[in-house]
Design a protein around this ligand. Sequence first.
Ligand code: PMP
Length: 355
Amino acid sequence: MSGFMNSRYASLEAYTPGEQPRDKQYIKLNTNESPYPPSPQVLEALQRQDVADLRLYSDPEGLRLREKLGALYGLTAGNVFLSNGSDDILNFAFMAFGEDGAVFPGLTYSFYPVFANLHKVPFETVPLREDFTVPVEEMKGRGKLTVLANPNAPTGIALPLAEVEEIVASNRDHVVVIDEAYVDFGGQSAASLVEKYDNLLVVMTYSKSRSMAGARLGFALASRGIIQDLETLKYSTNPYNVNRLTLKLGEAAVDSDGYFRENAQKIMETRTYTAAQLRELGFTMPDSKANFLFVRREGLDGETLYRKLKERGILIRHFSDPRIAQYNRVTIGTREEMEAFLGEVRAILEEEGLP
Ligand code: PMP
């Protein structure tokens, strides 16, 4: 600490991203990236790029990409906001719409309380039920910014669209953010509700199903008014926050939409396989509609499993929060990666003397 920091931020507890190790090659099942490369069209678009053009700024409006994304979801460019990853959009949402406070589930994406604290937004949390499901009734009519990851993280549990709609409809005087980072792996998107509810903000990302985490591209779908509010904040901080290359690659990804949907399908099949294998080994987990499983094994300490797998070259995500310390979040990789993971899990169970 320098001692020069604005006292407003001095006690801020920052978000801790998942490990991005440099010491050796791991099978990386810890940050919910896709195991597949971006589509061939995206790679072609990259090769077609003239590096000399990097001297030019990107289009701050990202109009072509917004038109394409709007059309993809049956909306217009005016309903689409682009930013540097969906974390950036969530940050703007807390900044823009949190004046009356915020509410989100007690166990969810751990960045939400960080954004709330950053913008001095007082927040309440709604405890999950014993089985980790969101008690929908308690998310209704809260009189504040309401934030819901659907599917939720790190549980992977999805709410049906009808229940999401109930939450949106009961909060008409405040913005409801539906964070759909994982929606393409079996969830139901609220994008179809955007025209009906002017308080709905659906946040999506290229980082998971579209295999472009490193490109940093997130987008949001909402009424024109909400998009304009977000634009005010973007133009007050960094109008060029999506770079030229990423805009182009983002367009190519929309043009090859079927490619990522096929990959998502493969990941869902691998998820079903991995879940069945883990259950045979005595693991329990909620039903996941995301590209990860949230797993525990009676008798096997969560941190021990994480550490032993890391020693064997496999990274999964362990959380220190005592309520979930016996769990680990395991990203679904390729079938081969999951076979390697399962093989090491079997070896660890044996080593620990667990039947
Ligand atoms: N929402 C959720 C629920 C996430 O898990 C993540 C990834 N950590 C994000 C948003 C942010 O993703 P990105 O900034 O890469 O779009």
